[in-house]
Design a binder for this molecule. Structure first.
Ligand code: GDP
Length: 234
């Protein structure tokens, strides 16, 4: 008997995950900005990725987009303090944008620089019109730290107004099952209303649910924002 085509062999949920991953795989570098006014005005949903430095943000973006180098563009000298935008959707019809924000909390950064980044990030989170969702990456072993909670406080008014947020507890492979469920419960308490999931790039844990969350978010938001369109600079 011939082997069934893999498409017919998978349940519908898997087909949806695969579609979401295929969509994420279209990610390509759009632009980089050192200051907020340099960001293009967009009329598609924008999803910001935030996290303490070393939380696993670049690895998560690369895993979700299935591109080995994409978010490492953000780690090139001169770009670590920038907001880097990646377009999603077929060429010529971008339907969402990922925003990779600078990692925060890195001890070796001078205090003045830290404060400047934190101001920029807060301004971005408060004022960016196209921002539809925030994905926060936290090391599962450490949970939400003070700066993560400060950030959640900053976005709280927008969350009440409909901004969605997802906390991904990264490097979950470093915890056993008991530790994982404990980390999940504690983070859920701290995240107050947002969604929290375990994530491991290494073991591919939580990749499909996160991809689905992003895809559904973009679909739902674009119904309210505007139809898919080419990007336009201000
Ligand atoms: P970023 O500074 O937040 O962008 O963090 P990176 O993506 O550069 O990751 C920081 C470190 O954590 C690197 O050494 C990664 O290899 C490691 N890391 C990231 N994701 C995982 C994971 O899922 N499992 C494990 N074990 N290590 C990871």
């Amino acid at each position: 008997m011939p082997t069934p085509h893999p498409y017919h062999a998978v349940p519908e949920a898997n087909a949806a995950s695969r579609a979401a991953l295929a969509w994420l795989h279209t990610a390509r570098f759009l632009t980089t900005a050192a200051q907020l006014h340099q960001l293009p005005a967009l009329n598609v949903p924008e999803i910001a990725f935030v996290g303490r430095s070393n939380a696993g943000k670049s690895t998560a973006i690369n895993t979700l987009t299935q591109q080995t180098q994409l978010a490492y563009a953000s780690k090139k000298p001169g770009r670590t303090q920038h907001i880097n935008l990646f377009a999603l959707g077929r060429q010529g019809s971008t339907d969402a944008v990922l925003a990779d924000l600078p990692g925060y909390g890195y001890a070796a950064v001078p205090q003045a620089d830290k404060q400047r980044w934190q101001r920029m990030m807060a301004n971005y989170l408060v004022s960016r019109a196209s921002l539809s969702a925030v994905v926060m990456l936290c090391d599962a072993r450490h949970g939400l730290k003070e700066l993560d909670e400060v950030l959640l406080e900053v976005i709280r008014p927008r969350v009440e107004g409909g901004l969605r947020f997802l906390v991904l507890l990264t490097k979950a492979d470093k915890l056993n099952r008991t530790e994982q469920s404990k980390a999940l419960s504690i983070a859920r308490l701290h995240a107050g209303g947002g969604q929290v999931q375990l994530f491991s790039a290494l073991k591919r844990q939580g990749v499909e649910p996160a991809a689905l969350w992003l895809r559904q978010l973009a679909e739902q938001t674009s119904e309210h924002v505007s139809p898919p369109t080419d990007l336009q600079k201000e």
